[in-house]
Design a protein around this ligand. Structure first.
Ligand code: NIG
Ligand code: FE
Length: 422
């Protein structure tokens, strides 16, 4: 096979975890999540920002054309995987809620704290009092940590402004961070994250504001790809969620939903009804919801960092979802209240231990399936010619070492679009 000239060749890879099964398109569903499509003693050739060839190291080194300026990297028998993708984050905010952490240790629940003036609305107040540049400065620190930990693309939600102006301020911060930072940010409008204090007595009025003003303005300025709603007892009920999702869809936004996180409100069923790209959390999702999601091709995005950090005994039914043929994805839910972490590596460890996922399933969920959860499965998430060269060299010879060595950082180098960025 004749290849065009590579600008970068990474060779001598013990396990090149490609995630690419030539016999299938789409995310890895069910049992296929265990198949990482590893090339042993592999190599990968890149031209500019794209992958041009993968294969066995000795063979590829002979086949691939190199120019004088081409770079050759010896992976020294280490593992290479796609860059990690975090398909559910709230990374642009102000302040911190470490006091709530202590209150939860002392026995208060997340919802109790929220109803007593803490929770999302505490962060909303801090965000309303912050400038866009302050928000960006905070966000940049989080993105820097994510990148060092091997995350190369994230989904990023608004939802701490809850006025038209403050939601737009957050989304503009997200857009500018996307332009300025190595990490790609896929923006989600989440004006329906919480009912702001000034609408406490008239939540339907707030829903009207979201639908008649926020969504049209956000769409007019092309500030979001997705619309997300926190559908939960005491937050947005099923009726309100439906109205918001109908409006968002009519305006061309794709749908995500915080579903069945703290109680079963029929969020999974709603996700299926609206052909949502993903439904997230799903701790309390039932069999019918799971079945309908499978039929509609909705990706369950599971957030084991949240159940861990909220110290919940109950976790999402990951095993059942995989058995039923769903394409499970994982994310951090990085936010100042329920999951203050940037680490997809930690999330994989928790997914293995608490959600009983295999290491291979966790890796599929954090790469290819995560890419499909943000509708980017055709560009990133696996290492195959044509896709962007977003990849990681790990300080490991065997992929199983990744979640096994927990709480730290096993990433050795990060390549984003063919450039070494860490
Ligand atoms: O996904 N559930 C709603 N939103 C976040 C929490 C955000 C916050 O507490 O600030 C979540 O858990
Ligand atoms: Fe969330």
């Amino acid at each position: 096979m004749q290849h065009s000239t590579a600008t970068l060749l990474i060779k001598n890879i013990s396990q090149l975890v490609t995630m690419h099964d030539p016999s299938m398109i789409g995310p890895k569903t069910g049992a296929r999540m265990n198949d990482l499509n590893i090339i042993k003693n592999g190599a990968i050739a890149i031209r500019g920002d794209r992958i041009i060839a993968i294969g066995e190291s000795a063979k590829l080194a002979r086949q691939v054309k190199l120019a004088k300026r081409s770079k050759i990297v010896d992976a020294d028998k280490r593992v290479v995987t796609p860059g990690l993708i975090d398909p559910h984050t709230h990374p642009v905010f102000a302040g911190q809620r470490a006091g709530e952490f202590e209150m939860r240790i002392a026995g208060k629940t997340y919802m109790e704290i929220a109803s007593e003036g803490g929770g999302i609305n505490a962060t909303v107040e801090a965000v309303r009092n912050s400038s866009k540049s302050q928000l960006k400065e905070n966000g940049r620190k989080i993105l820097d940590r994510m990148l060092s930990l091997g995350t190369t693309t994230i989904e990023a939600k608004s939802g701490y402004g809850l006025t038209t102006q403050d939601e737009i301020k957050q989304l503009v911060a997200i857009r500018e961070l996307d332009n300025e930072h190595e990490i790609d940010l896929i923006p989600t409008f989440m004006g329906a994250h919480e009912i702001p204090p000034e609408y406490k007595e008239s939540p339907d009025e707030y829903v009207r504001l979201v639908c008649s003003e926020m969504i049209p303005k956000v769409v007019a300025r092309k500030l979001a790809v997705f619309c997300d709603v926190f559908c939960e007892t005491g937050v947005f009920n099923t009726m309100q969620t439906r109205v918001i999702m109908q409006t968002a869809q009519a305006y061309g936004l794709k749908i995500k939903i915080h579903a069945d996180e703290l109680s079963n409100t029929g969020g999974a069923e709603l996700a299926a009804e609206f052909d949502a790209v993903s439904a997230d959390h799903l701790i309390f999702a039932g069999d019918e919801g799971i079945h309908l999601m499978q039929k509609a091709g909705v990706i369950p995005v599971l957030l084991p960092g949240t159940t861990f950090f909220l110290n919940m005994d109950r976790v999402a039914p990951a095993r059942k979802m995989i058995e039923k043929g769903l394409a499970v994805a994982l994310a951090t839910d990085c936010n100042p209240g329920s999951s203050m972490t940037e680490s997809m590596q930690m999330i994989m460890t928790l997914a293995c231990l608490k959600y009983k996922m295999t290491v291979a399933e966790a890796l599929s969920a954090a790469t290819l399936n995560a890419a499909f959860a943000i509708d980017k499965g055709n560009e990133i998430g696996s290492l195959v010619p044509g896709k962007y060269a977003d990849l990681l060299i790990w300080d490991a010879n065997d992929y199983r070492e990744i979640p096994y060595h927990f709480g730290g950082n096993q990433v050795s180098s990060v390549y984003k679009r063919g450039e070494k960025v860490r």
